[in-house]
Design a protein around this ligand. Structure first.
Ligand code: ZN
Length: 67
């Protein structure tokens, strides 16, 4: 009787789901990725959110100097 283990059929996709040390896509710095979706180091992530916040805020609070 040959038993097929479910682990053998696990797609490679699951591999990227595991936490591992990866290189940031932005600064190429090695950082600890906690799993799926973690391709950017926390430092860059903070910078990105910081930029977005500024951009969003800046667009809504423009100076009104029409008069
Ligand atoms: Zn980075």
């Amino acid at each position: 009787m040959n038993t097929v283990y479910p682990g053998t059929l696990t797609p490679k996709r699951a591999n990227s789901d595991l936490p591992a040390e990866r290189h940031c896509l932005r600064c190429k710095t090695a950082f600890w990725s906690e799993g799926f979706g973690e391709r950017i180091c926390k430092r860059c992530k903070t910078q990105v959110s910081w930029k977005s916040a500024i951009t969003t805020g800046d667009g809504g609070s423009r100076r009104r100097s029409s008069r």
